[in-house]
Write a protein that binds this ligand. Structure first.
Ligand code: F6R
Ligand code: MG
Ligand code: MG
Length: 374
C-alpha cells in the first residue's frame, strides 16, 4: 500500500490591523476565508482554518501538495495581497506591513510572511498542535521546545515511554551566519542549551524523534529585519508540533506554558516582555502593545484533512482558552508590571545588539557629533 502523505502549512502575515498593531479586523478574515474556501472547492487544499494572533492573519491549510508548493504559496500570497489592499482601502493601520517584497516567484519565504510546513506520513491517529505568537521573535519557541522534547523534568515520556527514551534531534539555525547544525538530546543537551539560550541568534527550526527520524516539530524562522534591513515589526513566529503515541502527549506539549517566561519583542520590538498564553478571543495586543501573546490550536489530521464534526467543519480545540492557564496569565501581568517600572532601562529594554534595527542607531547618530573627547 502506498503511504499517504499529508502536508500541514501554516502561513501568516501582518496585512493590517484595527486600532494600531492590535488585532486582525473582520473584513480581512472574510477575504481569507473566502479564498481558502474557493481553494478547497477547487481541490487545491483539503481543509483550512483561518484565525489570528494579534495583528497576524493566520492561514492553516492541510493538503497533499508537499512543502514549499508554489500553488499553495501563491494562494497565501494572493490572499495576503488582497487583504492588504482591502486594509489600505479602509485605511486600517499598517496595511501590507509584512509584504516586504513585490515580485512573487513561487514561494513566500524571504518575502515577509512567516511559514511553518510539515509533510507527514499519517499515523493511525495524528494529533497536532499549532502555536502562533504575536509581538515576539522566532527564538521565543526555543525555551518551550527544549522543555517539550528534551527536559525529562517536564516531559515524563522522556523517562517513562520506551519510544521516547532514545531522545530527539534538534536542527538549530544560526540566523547571523545563515548556517544550521543538528544536535541530539540527551547526549548533546548542554551544547543545545548553550546555543538556544541565545534566543536572538539561534533558533530551533525542526525536531525529529531520534530512533526513526519521525518529524515532530517545525517552526517558522523568518527574521523580518534581515529581509528589510530595518525594523518592520517582530517576526511573530508560528510552530507545528505532533503529539502522542511515542511523542510528547498533548499535556506535555502544553505544560511549559503553565508559567509565563520572558521573550524579546513587545512595544516597538525593543523590550523583554512576558509571554501570555491566551484563547483566540483574547489574542489581541493591548498593554504596551502586548504583552506578547500566544495561542495554541489542537486538531486531528485524518485522511489528508483536518477531522471534521457533524456540521462538516474542521474540529479545532482552542487549547489556552482554559482556566488551567490563568496562573500563567496572572504571572505574565506581574512580570509586565515589574518590567514596565524600569521604563527604557536595560534589561527591560533589549540590549544594543537587538536594537540595531530600531531607531536607536539614528538616535546615536544624532548625538554622536555632540560628544567631546575627554
Ligand atoms: C511591535 C509593533 C508595535 C509598533 C508600535 C509603533 O511589533 O508592531 O509595537 O512598533 O506600535 O508603531 P508605529 O511606528 O507604526 O506607530
Ligand atoms: Mg502590525
Ligand atoms: Mg504581529
Amino acid at each position: 500500500m502506498v503511504q499517504r502523505k499529508t502536508t500541514i502549512s501554516l502561513i501568516k502575515c501582518d496585512v493590517g490591523s484595527l486600532a494600531g498593531h492590535h488585532v486582525v479586523p473582520k473584513p480581512l478574515f472574510n477575504i481569507a476565508k473566502r479564498n481558502l474556501k474557493n481553494a478547497e472547492d477547487d481541490g487545491l487544499i483539503n481543509s483550512y482554518h483561518v484565525f489570528n494572533a494579534g495583528d497576524d492573519l493566520q492561514l492553516l491549510m492541510v493538503h497533499g501538495k508537499g512543502e514549499s508548493n508554489p500553488e499553495i504559496h501563491k494562494l497565501a500570497w494572493n490572499t495576503f495581497q488582497e487583504a492588504a489592499k482591502r486594509a489600505q482601502d479602509l485605511k486600517l493601520y499598517g496595511a501590507g506591513q509584512d509584504l516586504l517584497k513585490s515580485a512573487f516567484s513561487g514561494n513566500v519565504r524571504g518575502m515577509g510572511p512567516g511559514v511553518a510546513e510539515m509533510e507527514i506520513e499519517e499515523r493511525g491517529s495524528d494529533p497536532v498542535v499549532v502555536f502562533a505568537a504575536d509581538k515576539t521573535s522566532a527564538g521565543a519557541f526555543n525555551f518551550p521546545l527544549f522543555r517539550i522534547f528534551a527536559d525529562p523534568m517536564s516531559t515524563a515520556g522522556l523517562v517513562i515511554d520506551p519510544s521516547m527514551v532514545g531522545g530527539f534531534k534538534f536542527e538549530v539555525l544560526d540566523t547571523m551566519e545563515n548556517k544550521g547544525v543538528i544536535l541530539k538530546c540527551p547526549e548533546e543537551m548542554y551544547g543545545l542549551v548553550g546555543l538556544i539560550g541565545t534566543v536572538g541568534r539561534y533558533i530551533i527550526s525542526r525536531v525529529w524523534r531520534a530512533k526513526d527520524s519521525l518529524i515532530c516539530a517545525v517552526g517558522s524562522v523568518t527574521k523580518l529585519s534581515k529581509i528589510a534591513g530595518k525594523y518592520v515589526g517582530k517576526d511573530d513566529p508560528v510552530l507545528i508540533v505532533r503529539s502522542q503515541h511515542g511523542l510528547p502527549a498533548l499535556g506535555e506539549i502544553l505544560v511549559p506554558f503553565m508559567h509565563s517566561y520572558l521573550v524579546a519583542g513587545w512595544m516597538r520590538g525593543s523590550h523583554w516582555g512576558p509571554m501570555m498564553p491566551v484563547g483566540v478571543k483574547d489574542a489581541r495586543c493591548t498593554v504596551f502593545d502586548g504583552p506578547p501573546r500566544i495561542v495554541a490550536l489542537g486538531f486531528q489530521v485524518s485522511n489528508g484533512m483536518i477531522a471534521e464534526g457533524d456540521d462538516g467543519k474542521p474540529m479545532i480545540a482552542d487549547l489556552f482558552d482554559d482556566p488551567a492557564f490563568d496562573m500563567a496569565r496572572h504571572e505574565a501581568m506581574e512580570y509586565a508590571s515589574m518590567l514596565r517600572r524600569m521604563g527604557e532601562f536595560e534589561p527591560a529594554r533589549l540590549g544594543v545588539e537587538e536594537m540595531e534595527y530600531t531607531s536607536l542607531p539614528q538616535l546615536l547618530k544624532r548625538l554622536r557629533e555632540r560628544f567631546n573627547p575627554l
